[in-house]
Design a protein around this ligand. Structure first.
Ligand code: HPA
Length: 248
């Protein structure tokens, strides 16, 4: 089954027909909220709002381990994560949808692995390609079929938050090779890989990163809201087509 993790601006899926909600407990504590089960265009999916349904959990406090564990335990095989990002690369202007293909992790102090217990052997997952190439291709094909532009590829920098970055930090992150910046991409992607889930993310550019796009105060609440809402509607269109090609 396909699972969707909704980020900022996507705490609900309008095209999801809800059948039931289920509270899941995990060995790692509680997920961000109850899992929502339902159908999109007759296809079964499960949905979880990463920051809680009332958007109360900041990026560094999200229980990523519990979230991924719950989805896996309930039978998810594939996870599409939706994540707001700030655009660093010039063509990543607010409103753009982008499918990152690489990650640089700048987060710290988060519970980032399942392989830290005494009872488990040391395991080093292959993370050369952090996003599932097959799932990425399916999303790109769905975007095309839905007539929604979605850029293919880019390096996602995961920062700690909850504050936004300084201009110097964004300059450094850009020199490192990143194209966009967000606060939730890690450890989510790595934990999905540890569980053997196919995982890909749709980045929704909601603002220019600090010092980019000609405005220093890069996050204007009102403008971000309008642009993000329109972009999230486009994400929903893409998800409506992706489910058509979901195998099992
Ligand atoms: N920085 C970090 N995370 C973000 C941003 C940003 O500018 N925009 C949305 N998520």
């Amino acid at each position: 089954m396909l699972a969707i993790i909704g980020g900022t601006g996507l705490t609900q899926l309008a095209n999801l027909k809800i059948t039931h909600r289920q509270v899941i407990r995990t060995p790692y504590g509680e997920p961000s909220g109850a899992l929502t089960f339902g159908t999109i265009n007759e296809h079964e999916v499960m949905f979880l709002a990463r920051h809680g349904y009332g958007h109360t959990i900041p990026p560094h406090a999200v229980n990523y381990r519990a979230n991924l564990w719950a989805l896996h335990e309930q039978g998810a095989k594939r996870v599409i994560a939706v994540a707001s990002v700030g655009g660093i690369r010039a063509d990543l202007s607010p409103g753009t949808l982008v499918l990152p293909d690489q990650i640089i992790d700048y987060t710290y102090g988060r519970a980032f692995t399942y392989f830290d217990g005494q009872d488990r052997s040391v395991t080093h997952i292959d993370f050369s390609l952090p996003y599932s190439p097959a799932l990425r291709q399916r999303i790109l094909a769905a975007a095309k079929a839905a007539g929604e532009a979605c850029l293919d590829g880019g390096v996602y920098a995961a920062t700690q938050g909850p504050r936004l970055e300084t201009i110097a930090e964004i300059n450094r992150i850009e020199r490192d090779g990143a194209d966009m910046v967000g606060m939730t991409g890690m450890p989510e992607a790595a934990l999905a890989r540890e569980l053997g889930l196919e995982y890909a993310a749709i980045g929704v550019v909601v603002n220019y990163a600090a010092g980019r796009g000609g405005n220093v105060a890069s996050v204007d609440r009102g403008a971000v809201g309008t642009v993000a809402d329109a972009a999230m509607a486009r994400v929903r269109n893409i998800l409506g087509v992706v489910v058509e090609s979901d195998a099992s």
